[in-house]
Ligand binder design. Structure first.
Ligand code: PDD
Length: 284
């Protein structure tokens, strides 16, 4: 059975959802997106994703195609129509269709697309076995705080990891890790301090990151928001990544160096449990 997707005001079968070849998302990657997770038919971290979408749109002077309440209703309707118990909802807004020109068009109508992807989020091999990551140079543009659909560099990083039999890549700029290809990166030092890079234009301001740091502070874990190198990460007691699509996922190997005994570390496991149980409580 095909999915029902949302396109510019209509709920349609996926094979009937068509957009213009002049859409600036297609021609210029002139679009922003959000990925929001669903557990037990409920949407996690709605307020955070909605606020970040507003910020991304604002930074690119892009019109919003719908109000916050309308966007939430579309998410809920897609969960209902696709009977989505567990998985993610992808939302994309582009500046719309216009004759090809580098300058923004004056009167384009934004394109709004949402679709669901059913997938296991709670009981996953990434969580149970942990991820193997490699390091790659961060070749992305300088405004990674805006969640744009320019994802070719992360895609290349992921392919480089797969070619080496690994799961993901951590991107490195000026000697320091910025983030994972589609997640924020953390290490836990030998003395139990949680380290993750501070927010800036160099990385995406993860919604999961914000919640996990709050929960870690409440669990009395010492936190340092600062850059770290791959060398420091290789000496760490444990490491993990966070994203809406993985929650907290342990990292067990970095550039061929096993961390600890090569199994998910206790702090990563604990934060994953706390994150899942707490975010279920605020799901809508
Ligand atoms: N990616 N950093 C990058 C580069 C990301 O693409 C993502 C999320 C994150 C984590 O953000 P959040 O916790 O808000 O999901 C960090 C999504 C899941 C994706 O592109 O599929």
């Amino acid at each position: 059975m095909s999915r029902i997707v949302y396109l510019n005001g209509d709920y349609v079968a996926e094979e009937d959802a068509k957009i213009s070849v002049f859409d600036r998302g297609f021609l210029f990657a002139d679009g922003v997106y959000e990925v929001t997770s669903v557990i037990d038919h409920k949407i996690l971290e709605w307020d955070g994703h909605c606020a970040r979408l507003r910020r991304s749109l604002g930074e690119l002077q892009m019109d919003s195609p719908a109000t916050d309440a309308e966007l939430l209703e579309i998410h809920r309707e897609l969960v209902r129509r696709n009977d989505l118990e567990e998985g993610v909802i992808y939302l994309q807004v582009t500046r719309g269709a216009a004759d090809r020109d580098f300058a923004f068009p004056e009167d384009a109508t934004p394109t709004l697309v949402l679709f669901t992807q059913a997938k296991a989020l709670v009981d996953t091999s990434a969580a149970n076995a942990g991820l193997k990551v490699i390091s790659v140079p961060d070749i992305r543009w300088g405004r990674r705080d805006i969640k744009t659909v320019q994802l070719l560099a992360p895609s290349l990083g992921k392919m480089a990891a797969k070619a080496q039999g690994c799961d993901d890549a951590w991107m490195v700029e000026d000697g320091f890790v910025t983030e994972g290809t589609s997640n924020n990166a953390y290490i836990v030092t030998q003395n139990g301090t949680l380290v993750t890079r501070q927010l800036s234009t160099a990385l995406l301001h993860g919604i999961t990151r914000a919640s996990v740091l709050k929960m870690a502070a409440e669990a009395q874990i010492k936190i340092e928001e600062r850059p770290f190198t791959i060398e420091e990460a290789k000496q760490a007691a444990e490491a993990f990544v966070t994203a809406a699509s993985t929650f907290v996922a342990p990292v067990v190997e970095i550039d061929g160096q096993m961390l600890g005994d090569g199994t998910p570390g206790p702090i990563s496991k604990r934060l994953r449990e706390i994150y899942i149980s707490e975010s279920r409580k605020t799901a809508v």
